[in-house]
Design a protein around this ligand. Sequence first.
Ligand SMILES: Nc1ncnc2c1ncn2[C@@H]1O[C@H](COP(=O)(O)OP(=O)(O)OP(=O)(O)O)[C@@H](O)[C@H]1O
Length: 919
Amino acid sequence: MPEKVHFKFGDDTLTPSLKAQQSTSKQPPKPATTGLTNGVKRLRDGSSKAEVSRKEARTPKHADVRGPVKSGGSASNGPPLRAISNGISSKLMAGNRLGIHTSSAKSAKNGAQNALRPKGAGLDKFGDGKSNSSNLRSVAARLEKARESLPIWSKRLDIRYALRVNDILLINGETGSGKSTQVPQYLYKEPWCKREKVKVEVGGKSEEVFVGGMIAITQPRRVAAMTLAQRVAREMGSPLQKGATSGEVGYSVRFESVVPPGTKIKFVTEGMLLQEMLHDPNLRKYSAIIVDEIHERSVDVDLITGFLRTLLHSDKAGRGGVPLKVVVMSATLDLGGIEAFFAKPETIPRYNPGHNHGRVLLRHLKGYELGPGGPKDPRRISEDSFSSWEGFSDDQEDTAKSGSASASRTTAARGADRESDSDIEIDYDNWEDSDDEFEVGKKKNGVAVEYVKGREYEVELFYKATPQSDYMQSMLEQILHLHVQEPLPGDILAFLTGQDEIETLQAELQSQAEKLVKTVPKMKVMPLYGALSAQAQQDVFEKVKEPFTRKIVLATNIAETSVTVSGVRFVVDCGKSKVKQYRVRLGMESLLAKPISRVSAIQRMGRAGREAKGKCFRLYTEDDYLNLDQDELPEILRCDVVEAVLKMKARGIEDVLAFPLMDSPNIPQMEKALVQLHMMGALDDAGKLTDAGRKMAQYPLPAAYGRVLVAAAEISSDVLLDIIDVISCLTTDSEVFLQPKSEEDQETTEESRSDIHGPQGIAGRGGDIVTLLTTMQRFASEKTDRAEWCRKRLVSVRAMKMAMQIRKQLRQLCVQQKLLKELPPPDPLPIGPVTPERAEVLLKAFLKAFAIKTALLGPDGNYVTTQGRNAITIHPSSSLYGQKKFEAIMFLDHVFTAKSYAKKVSPVQANWIEEAFES
Ligand SMILES: Nc1ncnc2c1ncn2[C@@H]1O[C@H](COP(=O)(O)OP(=O)(O)OP(=O)(O)O)[C@@H](O)[C@H]1O
């Protein structure tokens, strides 16, 4: 069971100033953007392509500054990795040569914890505190030059033009070429990006509604949405603060929405947009949706593209006929499959429903192997990015060969031969009158494609000479080597697999930092992972203020795409990440550390060289890299699809098996999800969404938790409030209970947690569910020092703070949904121990959704799952670990490491499970 709350409700509404901008009549989109007079391409705003070219001539050409990516080190860059790997340990011990004292090695635990502590509440969105308009303008003016030097700058006319004559544009541009920050800025003033009043049919009646005026740009993660919004706001000289009375840029992520009146560009997480789509299937607020970093292929992005495709190919009656523009972008995905997906029916390339992944992959491999330098030539990685520039689907090639012009081929060739483009003469002044000219760039299949070649700064690439058995040790050595050898400025961004590894390495590095001699810069080690507070994440993106100090960021793949971490010039990539995987046989999801894909490796490399030349150190061999999978299996093919199916149903998709997905899970998996939703009462016997199902889909929760809420509401409001408390703790990003480090700590912790576990121990034998309930109740009632209360019990303050936010949100939603009559009185509320009777009621409510996640005690004293009959062991993190055995257990989570573990475990009775299955 994923523990994430995916979305936030109560998004911004249309704002007064936007209303003021509305035009009363619907303007049909102007077909022609540009024209050529005397060989000069001219935009309708009057700027000519020649002017742009002159400007470009003054700007350094990216091709001139870009150099080949090297696979080995050079003397001037310090010894190559192969040398480091052999010699660094002894060099570290030698101390003096690398500038490290070898005498004291104090634990850096305290330092690590300090670094994790959030600093103060409010975010200064501009870092430098500048927020008045003249300061904002001067910041924007300062950034103008940087914007003009981005590779994508020379493509801005093509991008605007492509979208004036087509509704869909795919952009493949290298990491750092400027896609995420620039494309929305090129588009928000386009004539089609206006708020319009139109007539639509609602329930047989004609109604006037507003459509358009804003561009949404999706990001896979909140940190990217927030930092990009801040960057774009700076570039546009627009304020981005809570309470700002106007602004052109906003963002909307879980628990935080900053969308000032007048917002034209809104960065959103994929989950947020999907939730908006449930309420507003026609996306009336928007003129365009930009789907960024599509290569990550989360379930949410796959659903979004499916809904967008349906909307694009519909008559748009729900938008009063106003087209929605869609831009899809990535640095590391061949866009052929996506072009096929969005292409108008009956055009080329043809969409093969639900089967794009393998096809795209095949084309990549082909492009790579046939490249000029061959598969081993590392320049292929930088110069051509990941895309096969000449790559087309087999369909298209066939078509081209058979004489029917392939529009994609034209566009791609145009992208690659950008400069020769300017020779085409088109009479712009007479553009609209000329049907022939109008056809230029207008794609028969409706999908325009642009390729942005080049990145601004070179990234040198280094591989290990031999495979590394211990990546943590390798990483430590590599970071220390870089820190000691490379002059400032130049921060380091290292990619690890997860929070535990990050905290371990952080402690190690901080311990080493104490041994550094004075001539070596100080180290500022900063973690970056999803469960960190927003403020702690934000701090990582700020420039280091301390003098003579190097920032070392230890990150999960949260920093892999979209983000620019200021100051970073060196990337160290361990080559692994933790991936959620659905194990069909077990019917459960597990989080496994696995080798990354080539796409991820390229994205990680792309985090260096964004502000200056950079270097990327891969802690694996070049052969290992070449043996990596080209890209990751889309999440929808490896995860439980229950939520996805529920979202489709809630959006009115009757036949989910026929819903247009780029890649469809296999039929048995979809059917299993349907059966599961039926068992939960979300679907009736005819497969239609029930009332309970509709409510479940409205909650920003995994479907099963939504079901538990609905079940609790049927019992009483008191039970519902208890269940909200538990679910709030279950859906934080990090664990509520921290693990004792030693046996001694274990004993002390047991003692200090006695109030949580209650007089009968383990929260009245209610297991983890009741333990979480008492934890939340006691935390919320704590009047003096909540942080101290947590510290004593080894409870995570960060997790509890987030749980309190979720609790507030869920309570409000329950009132909105009429599951609760009113909000309960503020804390502290009177609390008492949870009685066994109360525990039974709560556990039975959970069984409504989790009966399939139960296990019975076998005669040999081991638990065996009721579904699939697999052996399962209680995980050490559970309060039931090492306790007496019960006849049956229910578990909310599951992890597969050395063996199959049940997490979040509670004792239940076998007959309760039977009842739950029968009900
Ligand atoms: N927060 C920031 N601070 C400083 N510079 C930034 C920031 N965000 C972007 N930039 C600059 O703008 C450039 C383009 O960034 P942008 O995110 O638009 O590129 P991109 O093509 O979308 O890259 P990617 O595919 O890696 O997301 C970066 O290389 C960097 O130089």
